[in-house]
Design a protein around this ligand. Sequence first.
Ligand SMILES: NC(=O)c1ccc[n+]([C@@H]2O[C@H](COP(=O)([O-])OP(=O)(O)OC[C@H]3O[C@@H](n4cnc5c(N)ncnc54)[C@H](OP(=O)(O)O)[C@@H]3O)[C@@H](O)[C@H]2O)c1
Length: 268
Amino acid sequence: MGKYQGKTVVVTGGSDGIGKALVEMFLEEGACVATCGRSADKLYQLQVRYSNKCLLTMVIDVRREDDCRRFIDEAIENFGGIDILINNAGISMRALFREVELDTIRAVMDVNFWGSVYCTKYALERVIERKGVIVGVSSIAGFRGLPGRAGYSASKFALHGWLEALRTELLPTGTHVMWVCPGFTTSNIRNAALNKDGEAQGESPLEESKLMSAAEVARRIGSAIERRKRSVVMGFQGHETVWVNKLFPGLADKLVHKFFYKEGKLVK
Ligand SMILES: NC(=O)c1ccc[n+]([C@@H]2O[C@H](COP(=O)([O-])OP(=O)(O)OC[C@H]3O[C@@H](n4cnc5c(N)ncnc54)[C@H](OP(=O)(O)O)[C@@H]3O)[C@@H](O)[C@H]2O)c1
């Protein structure tokens, strides 16, 4: 019997990357899992692959409040409650603020911040009923603003502030609120990242095969949920960035600039 037998886990953005790895991990551990995404094709493939498991998939766009409400209602109707809600659905961007269309920033905020707020709002009472866990999948960019990712960093900083307030409000209820910050992870995020015009850039500036695997990130998130950690930063580079930024913010500016730029051009 898996350790999540009898539990319900809701993961937003389970059609690819870290979300998909989370869905697979929780299904293997015996949970009932509800997930969503915009890609009907990818969700259908997931559904077929796990046809013998307790899986609900739904094609929705988390930027739409009503979609989030329908998705959460459907999960509750099918599984009777929610033990763990993981706000994972996210998009990134790669464009300098001087050049970017403001709609690109808005789109990133809408998915990463508002999508999490909507899903949590509609799931909240049912998570509280079970003294469950609410997770935000954030990023090192939520601790340290990154060049070319101003909107992405803003969305993750917003996530931290909102979740910290929520954690404090929920303290007497026994419901736990946490956020996890993966480092660079192999996934579709850089392909799907929006360029200055708000279109998917369709390539990755990093060698994806050398990054942490989505399955390993999912495993670490699972372990953090079990231990009810407040927040998790993953990888040496992540810890280094957070601590240098805290202790020597001026030096962090220079190091981060050096990492992302070559000969005055943003290369990552
Ligand atoms: N990969 C990294 O290096 C990294 C590092 C730090 C943090 N993170 C965070 O990890 C989370 C997952 O990212 P990932 O790397 O796994 O990226 P990914 O492979 O691109 O997966 C993103 C997931 O979010 C879903 N999604 C995106 N926009 C959506 C929308 N409007 N409505 C519903 N679902 C939507 C995607 O599904 P559809 O495309 O089907 O809509 C997909 O399932 C994000 O919050 C990201 O910020 C990633």
